[in-house]
Design a binder for this molecule. Structure first.
Ligand code: BTN
Length: 324
């Protein structure tokens, strides 16, 4: 109901409670109740006795109505589930996926109390960031799924570059790096049978307008936010919408033309290829020159003895302070 009222108000100009009520089929009093709720949620709506209601501004919160307004995607974000606070959007998305939620469903939260990062780490999720999980049901084999978070990384980097002056880089497998510091990360989880993927959840966390003082002390020297790097507030809803649009069109390319064109794009955005890196993978530590990613998205290292190592999971440390 609120969505329909907002849709009408977004067309601009004043609209009377009576007209709104008639279009939607509810009473003026009910409209007034919804307007009050919208104001409470941060919408600035003027009302004048003769002219009716006027939408002056909308809040920059990742509310479903805001994300869906003007999104124009085919699949991603057709359903958006919002939580003001949740343990982890991954867990909500997983349970929705298990119950059969549509491909493209997005679960987004204002804050997470138990945000999860890769390799069992915590993901600090204070207010001001963007935290969301996307349900995908791609028709690919489980072994091909390593490519999906790399594709999501490209979408995030391109969306940031489109909306800001920043030049985001990708650290393998999919850290979003700005000015040598981590501004975002991607966690991919899936449910699969041996030869068939059931669902994949791509979880994206971005420090957007996150106040630097809210970073936990163990990451304050290596983390940044887009606002800190850009020097101004970044509209979160616009950014999230743009990520969804970019991701949808990159996934179309993936399904039509395979990973190769995206591999090239990823390498262009990478801060890892061409660098000497240390990779910690389980209990193993490997040092080598990052020379490529292969057609699966695995990182190819050339070690000092000339042999090559193929890495499919791990933490990469670039051995040059300036690159993160
Ligand atoms: C990483 O770099 O370690 C990945 C971080 C992924 C964080 C996001 S925030 C939205 C989604 N929900 C979570 O609990 N984690 C992911």
């Amino acid at each position: 109901m609120k969505e329909t009222i907002l849709e009408r108000l977004r067309q601009g100009g004043h609209v009377s409670g009576e007209d709104l009520g008639r279009t939607i089929g509810i009473s003026r009093t009910a409209i007034w109740k919804y307007i009050k709720e919208l104001r409470h949620a941060g919408y600035q709506i003027d009302s004048s006795p003769n002219k009716g209601y006027l939408l002056v501004s909308a809040p920059d919160n990742p509310f479903p109505e805001e994300i869906k307004a003007g999104l124009n995607t085919r699949v991603l974000g057709k359903t958006v589930v919002f939580h003001k606070e949740v343990a982890s959007t991954q867990d909500v998305a997983k349970s929705l996926a298990a119950q059969g939620a549509d491909e493209g469903t997005v679960v987004v939260a204002e804050t997470q109390s138990g945000g999860r990062g890769r390799i069992g780490r915590a993901w600090s999720s204070p207010s001001g960031g963007i935290y969301f999980s996307i349900i995908l049901r791609p028709n690919i084999r489980p072994t091909e799924a390593l490519r999906l978070p790399l594709i999501a990384g490209i979408a995030v980097a391109q969306a940031i570059a489109f909306l800001t002056e920043l030049k985001p880089k990708l650290k393998w497998p999919n850290d979003i790096i700005i000015n040598g510091r981590k501004a975002g990360g991607i966690l991919t989880e899936m449910s699969a049978e041996v030869d068939r993927l059931d669902w994949v959840i791509i979880g994206i966390g971005l420090n957007v307008n996150t106040p630097p003082e809210s970073f936990p002390s163990d990451i304050e020297d290596i983390a940044t936010s887009l606002m800190k790097a850009e020097g101004e507030y970044i509209p979160r809803v616009k950014l999230l919408q743009h990520i969804l649009r970019e991701l949808e069109s990159l996934l179309d390319i993936f399904h039509e033309s395979g990973f190769e064109p995206l591999r090239t794009q990823w390498k262009e955005l990478s801060n890892t290829i061409g660098e000497t890196v240390k990779v910690i993978s389980g209990s193993e530590e490997i040092i080598g020159h990052a020379i490529d990613i292969d057609s699966d998205g695995a990182l190819i290292l050339q070690k000092n003895d000339g042999t090559k190592e193929r890495i499919i999971a791990g933490d990469v440390y670039i051995r040059k302070a300036s690159n993160g």
